[in-house]
Design a protein around this ligand. Structure first.
Ligand SMILES: Nc1ncnc2c1ncn2[C@@H]1O[C@H](COP(=O)(O)OP(=O)(O)OP(=O)(O)O)[C@@H](O)[C@H]1O
Ligand SMILES: [Mg+2]
Length: 354
């Protein structure tokens, strides 16, 4: 239990299970996903979708937000979410879907066959004249054959049984890799998903999201803008940044201060993503590195202009990024006289980004 004087206002907003109230910079993706499901409202088959993008780009959150909106606005559409990585078999996934649909607590008997599970799902839907949106998150964790067993009946419900003939469906597959499963051709032909790409967040987008999260968790002006920029540009991804933000809050709390750059730096020391990740480049570092590499060398002034124009970063933040890349041995710098003393940056020989 945190005391009255805790820095945190709502620590739960840093939890992995927290569904953000403001889901920033993902309007297009949400609209595309919604468009796949909308036909179900009019009693016609929906589109299938394949959501893909690097980890922590908001794929699962987008599905959860869209499902929340649909459940609030339509009583005809049932949304079922299963994380396949946690149930990587056809039986496990369908049993979980069954549970979610019926609201029961006990798993079906282990002896219940897969076909029987599909049949129970269709019976439930048909009885209430409901349509189904089935989301299979992290679907690549399941062997293709098993996955095929799960999706095939929902791709052509009218062919499965007399009960399911009128049931309309839409399947949402989610993955952080672009590896496509090798389904048999009939499945490929019926699946034909709309691809929705979740691009990595830019440093500015990360900063916006973290600012809103920091205000929800701590209240306004508790975390300095410098600290937010450091998180936005140096964390491995948004999930890492949110964890670091919480830890920085705990460090600042123990010192009795607000959250500043020092606290974030300490958090980085205590929560490196992994040994390799500590050498992995953030989005801003990579963009600056690419620019220097393509030009051969750049003066500090040129880098500041590039960084402000292309990444929206202030000079202080860019200076921190350059210093960090020199510390990591990625960049070399040399002081030269060019209308006064200035630094020239080049990419260190032998550097390969990981
Ligand atoms: N646009 C956003 N606005 C606010 N928070 C976000 C946004 N995008 C992601 N998040 C937060 O980032 C974290 C990771 O998001 P999410 O789990 O949706 O990513 P993912 O793409 O499903 O990742 P993975 O591929 O690893 O499963 C969550 O805490 C989520 O709340
Ligand atoms: Mg996810």
């Amino acid at each position: 239990m945190r005391g009255m004087l805790s820095l945190f206002r709502r620590i739960e907003v840093f939890d992995d299970t927290y569904l953000p109230e403001n889901f920033l910079h993902r309007d297009r993706e949400m609209e595309e996903l919604m468009a796949c499901i909308k036909p179900l409202e009019h009693g016609i088959q929906g589109y299938n979708a394949l959501l893909h993008g690097r980890p922590a780009t908001g794929k699962t959150t987008a599905v959860q937000k869209v499902f929340q909106q649909i459940e609030e606005s339509s009583s005809r559409i049932r949304c079922v979410y299963v994380n396949v990585a946690l149930k990587p078999s056809a039986w496990g996934t369908l049993a979980e879907a069954c549970l979610r649909l019926t609201g029961q607590n006990a798993l079906p008997d282990k002896g219940t066959g897969v076909i029987h599970l599909v049949d129970s799902i269709f019976r439930k839907l048909s009885k209430k004249r409901n349509s189904l949106v089935l989301c299979l998150d992290e679907f690549t964790s399941m062997p293709t054959k098993e996955l095929q067993t799960v999706v095939a009946p929902f791709l052509r419900p009218w062919e499965f049984s007399a009960v399911s003939r009128e049931v309309k469906t839409s399947i949402i597959l989610v993955s952080s890799s672009l590896q496509s499963p090798r389904f048999r051709s009939a499945v490929v032909s019926s699946l034909c998903p709309r691809w929705i790409e979740f691009k990595p967040y830019s440093a500015e987008q990360m900063h916006d999201i973290l600012k809103v999260r920091a205000e929800a968790g701590f209240g306004p002006r508790v975390v300095s803008d410098e600290a937010l920029w450091l998180l936005a540009t140096a964390a491995k991804d948004l999930r890492h940044a949110i964890r670091l933000l919480r830890l920085a809050g705990e460090i600042a709390e123990s010192r009795g201060t607000k959250v500043g750059v020092d606290d974030v730096e300490k958090a980085f020391e205590r929560l490196p993503d992994s040994h390799v990740a500590s050498m992995r480049l953030s989005e801003a570092e990579r963009r600056i590195l690419d620019e220097i590499q393509s030009r051969g060398s750049m003066r500090s002034g040129e880098i500041y202009s590039f960084s402000e124009r292309e990444l929206g970063l202030k000079r202080t933040r860019t200076r921190q990024i350059l210093a960090s890349m020199i510390r990591k041995g990625i960049l070399n710098s040399e002081t030269v006289n060019h209308r006064g003393l200035t630094k020239v940056f080049t990419v260190a020989r032998g550097w390969k980004s990981c």
